[in-house]
Design a binder for this molecule. Structure first.
Ligand code: SAM
Length: 227
């Protein structure tokens, strides 16, 4: 069986005297070269570098030739913003979200990569799972998540956020490195599968990255009767 290889960075440039970033890493995907500022010593936690699942999602979009023209997209826990930046370049109208302290880095990465003519398509907003959900609508075509489920206690708030943002037409692409957080990630996906029809659409064996496509379960007849 062919082992699929994950997108690797094409080059890396050391940056000096920059309060946000220590390096700019370049990735080539879908015909674009993405320049992503990273800083694993920023004190801002896990969101300051590009994680395996983010690379997996970018590569999956390239492999499948997925385009997002005129689609309304939101990403949760975007980190550096690499996935959303690619999706904006692929035509999506994107809301990039993370915790407030990550937004400045995301804004800068957007400015490195998105031409000013595309800027109206890109919003960068704070969305803390379970806290800020209701500030956002429920009419997204796509919700994107990569490597956000690795703590036990985040699973209920991620689920609550996904349920708020989704409607029956929304497609969720959820990429996870399955071995993170002991069995947490695997258990989290089992929990989500009680609420979403879940299909494993891609796997990168070496890095243990799974990509799931999910859609909200339509209510069963029993649930409708009880509501
Ligand atoms: C492991 S990083 C993954 C970043 C990016 N998606 C990637 O794959 O490169 C997890 C991200 O989730 C964000 N995050 C963690 N807890 C969060 C919360 N309660 N609400 C919103 N974002 C959160 C972190 O700030 C971080 O950017």
């Amino acid at each position: 069986m062919k082992v699929m290889k994950l997108m690797q960075r094409a080059s890396s440039l050391r940056i000096y005297e920059d309060g946000d970033f220590r390096r700019k890493d370049c990735y080539q995907t879908c015909g674009f070269t993405l320049e992503i500022g990273v800083n694993s010593h920023s004190g801002l936690g896990f969101g300051s570098t590009v994680w395996e699942a983010a690379r997996g999602l970018c590569q999956y979009f390239e492999k499948e030739g997925i385009r997002f023209s005129d689609k309304k997209v939101i990403e949760l826990g975007a980190g550096t913003g690499i996935v959303s930046i690619l999706v904006a370049l692929l035509g999506g109208d994107v809301t990039i979200t993370d915790q407030p302290e990550l937004l400045n880095g995301i804004e800068r990465n957007v400015s490195f990569n998105i031409p000013s003519s595309f800027k109206p398509q890109v919003k960068v907003r704070a969305l803390r799972w379970g806290l800020d959900n209701t500030l956002f609508p429920s009419d997204y075509d796509y919700i994107l998540c990569s490597d956000i489920m690795y703590f036990d206690d985040s699973i209920p708030s991620i689920l609550e956020t996904l349920l708020h943002l989704s409607n029956e037409r929304t497609i969720v692409y959820f990429a996870s490195t399955m071995s993170y957080g002991q069995n947490m990630t695997r258990e989290g996906h089992v929990t989500l599968s009680h609420y979403f029809q879940t299909e494993l659409v891609c796997r990168y064996d070496v890095e243990d990255v799974n990509i799931y496509r999910m859609r909200l379960n339509t209510p069963t007849a029993g649930q409708l009767l009880n509501s």
